[in-house]
Design a protein around this ligand. Structure first.
Ligand code: BV8
Ligand code: ZN
Length: 246
């Protein structure tokens, strides 16, 4: 795979790299992207209509079951070469931040130090009343499990549409986007706010923006380098070209 000499040059001298990933990065691990058509029982629903506090309030059991179905779909799914290539990149650059919109937890398997899970993690659950986060719960009931402390309904520990992003994570992401000199936008349609605004923040501060996606996105006209293709193929080849073959 051939990359522009200028891209290789700027990456070789980069000091602070920030990466934003979306569902496309997990796609090569076999996970459908957020917008892909849902299957089976769930094909009658649009994800955006289910991933909301209103939907949970209206029918907690339906939403709880949807996340149980998604957690089952993730079980046994492993990171792909794109995830591992990002960890290699983190070893080569002095300062590296990885911001993900994904809630599947795959980046957490390959990295922990510099990971910002902007939309939460489907593998953890919290109480909808006292916000206690729990990593185990009673799976056997046919009802939505309840909090052992306050008896509130448990809910997935993710950010739903219409909910604010976790303050610490969002502030860390904004800082990482503003302070970087290279910003990667990988496998994201750039349709969900405020995550999508991070790339513009980096661009406006003079960072070089690099997009990796199988198709053009809303961000494409603004980027300095647009690498069209699968992130699981492009990322390992790019890390090799820039750092492994020097
Ligand atoms: C908030 C957790 C305010 C849940 C998720 C109108 C205009 C603008 C904004 C809004 C609006 N109306 C409402 C809003 C705000 C709304 C929003 O952005 N809506 C959009 C849909 C218009 N945002 C919110 O509600 C956010 N909160 O604004 O709060 C507030 C402030 C203070 C106080 C109270 C409230 C919360 C947003 C977070 C939502 N939660 N996830 C769950 O997962 O169940 S977002 C969810 O969708 C995913 O987590 C993911 O982040 C997102 C999907 O985006 P992508 O990751 O980009 O995935 P997508 O499928 O779109 O694209 C995949 C891309 O990969 C494609 O481009 C494809 O080409 C590419 N690809 C595929 N395969 C590959 C590949 N690329 C490379 N290699 C491959 N192999
Ligand atoms: Zn509680």
């Amino acid at each position: 795979m051939k990359f522009p000499d200028k891209l290789i040059e700027v990456l070789r001298i980069s000091k602070r790299v920030t990466v934003l990933t979306g569902a496309g990065v997990s796609q090569e691990s076999g996970l459908r992207t957020f917008r892909d058509v849902q299957t089976g029982l769930w094909s009658q629903y649009k994800p955006q209509d289910l991933a909301s506090p209103e939907a949970f309030h209206r029918n907690p059991k339906l939403i709880w079951d949807w996340y149980t179905w998604r957690r089952e779909a993730i079980k046994g799914v492993r990171p792909n070469p794109g995830h591992f290539a990002l960890e290699q990149m983190a070893l080569y650059v002095p300062s590296f931040s990885l911001i993900t919109q994904n809630v599947d937890g795959l980046h957490r398997i390959t990295s922990n130090l510099h990971l910002i899970e902007l939309h939460g993690n489907i593998n953890t659950v919290r109480c909808s009343e006292c916000c206690r986060v729990v990593d185990e719960w009673d799976n056997d009931t046919s009802e939505v499990p309840r909090c052992r402390v306050c008896d509130g309904l448990l809910r997935p520990n993710v950010v739903w549409f219409g909910e604010a992003l976790p303050q610490y994570e969002f502030e860390a992401a904004v800082k990482a986007a503003r302070e970087c000199n290279i910003f990667f936008s990988i496998g994201t349609s750039g349709e969900v706010q405020p995550a999508a605004s991070l790339a513009y923040g980096a661009h406006n501060r003079g960072a070089i923006v690099i997009e990796i996606n199988t198709e053009p996105t809303l961000l494409s006209p603004k980027v300095d380098f647009s690498l069209q293709g699968k992130s699981g193929e492009i990322l390992p080849a790019l890390v090799d070209a820039v750092w492994n073959n020097v």
